[in-house]
Structure formats: C-alpha cells, structure tokens
Design a binder for this molecule. Sequence first.
Ligand code: HPA
Length: 272
Amino acid sequence: MIIDNLKDSAESIRKKLGREQYEYALVLGSGLGDLADEIENPVVIDYHDIPHFPVSTVPGHKGLLVAGKLEGKNVIAMQGRFHFYEGWSMDEVVYPIRVFHLLGVEKLILTNAAGCVNTAWNPGNLMLITDHIKLISESPNRGPNIDELGERFFDMSEAYCLEGRQKVKEAAEDLGIDLKEGVYMMFSGPNFETPAEVRFARLAGADAVGMSTVPEAIAASHMHMKCIGISCMTNMAAGILNQKLNHEEVLETGERVKKSFQKLVKETIRRW
Ligand code: HPA
C-alpha cells in the first residue's frame, strides 16, 4: 500500500528532524536549487537514505532534502524534484509532497524553469502561477483514492492559494521585482515543445510551458495543502525567436536571475 510506504518515509525523516514542526515545503526547480544553501542550521537528508523515496537523474538536479530555518520559519526544501519525463509514475512524482503532508507541512512553494509563451515578456521574467492546464491525461490521483490523504473528487478552483499569491505580489512590489502573473501549461517533455504546440498553448490561454509543477499542485489540492508556484522564464518558448532551444540556456538564465528569485521566495516565506 502506498500509504504505508509514505508513512515509512515520513517516519524515517521525522527521526532525523526531531520533533520540530515544519510549516513550509519548498520544491526547487532547474538552476534554482541554491536557495537550499541559505537554510540555517540545516539537516541534510540524501533521498537515497529515505525508504521508498525516488532518486532524480537530471543534470543540475541534486537529490537532497534540506531542512532548517529560512527567514525564521521552519522549511524543508527539495533540492531536485522528480519529473514525469524521467519515467517516474505520477504517484512517484508527487511522493515527496505526500510525505511532507504526513509530516504536517501546510504550505507548499513550487518553483520551476519554464518556456515563455507570452510574447510581451522576456527571458529572466518571473511569473506567479495563477492557474494551470494539464495537457497530459495522467493524474497523480488516478487509481484507488488514498482516503487518508483526501477525498476521491476534489476541487481545483483555487489550486494556487489566493492569499499566498497576494503575499508573493506584495513581496515582489517591496523588492522592486517585475513579477508577471499567468497560466502554466504542463507538457510531458523531455523534448521542448514544437512551435505549433507553443501556438496552441497560447491560444489555450497559457503564458508559460513546462514539464513539472502541475502534478505536485494537484496532489496538494487533494490534501488541502496551500500551494503557490513561481516560474522563471528561462527562454522564449519554441518558435517565438529565430533560434533553437537548449538546456544550457535554461540553466544560464536560471543562474542570472537566481538572486532575485531567491529574494522573492524568502520574502514570501517571511510574510505568508
Ligand atoms: N519548455 C518546457 N519546459 C521548459 C522550457 C521550455 O521551453 N524551458 C524551461 N523548461
């Protein structure tokens, strides 16, 4: 039973962290993992050392849980997440999120690198996710419902917590960060989209395309965990500029904006 594995994992982490209550979980996307280095008095747990935990394979992604204080709040950060394109099932992709819930974490901050679909924006812009579109048919909640986590049919009309989003906007304003807001569309990857797919995404109302975040947000809604998402537009999506896409560009832009990205996440944690 998945729930037994989840409880096993939570129990193993709990033993390493002690009795302290953790309020926030932070999922760090491509090139954004450095924020975990700012966590004070960190307890670092290798994914290998957590029973049943998946282990990431992507270059630029580590496989560590880093727990400690950020802005005086107790935070558990994932340095390295699990992507559907790596071959993990949706259950495995959201496995850590469910473990965080069992550990008592109430607020989830999802970050990612994304392709920018909105032609009025630029690489390096940060986007607060207001909503998402899941293009692929798989859901992390397909299969027998885990009743201990949430109900079979659940609402997604505020998948990204309105109050949390307000805090991110206030934080951005105070920091002088030009924060965009928009809709994230998940493609399964690992290929970047075709220009036609990007046009389709724009017609459908998406501002950004990416390969993550949506499963985690769905699992969070199921468990009534408050969730916010921030995307870093690392590149214009395919077909917008006359150039080809590559992972190096994604990492380079991540590197360029990571300081303001980190400031925004920290200021959000301070306020939310
Ligand atoms: N498409 C999908 N995922 C991405 C992109 C992109 O253009 N850039 C960074 N992650």
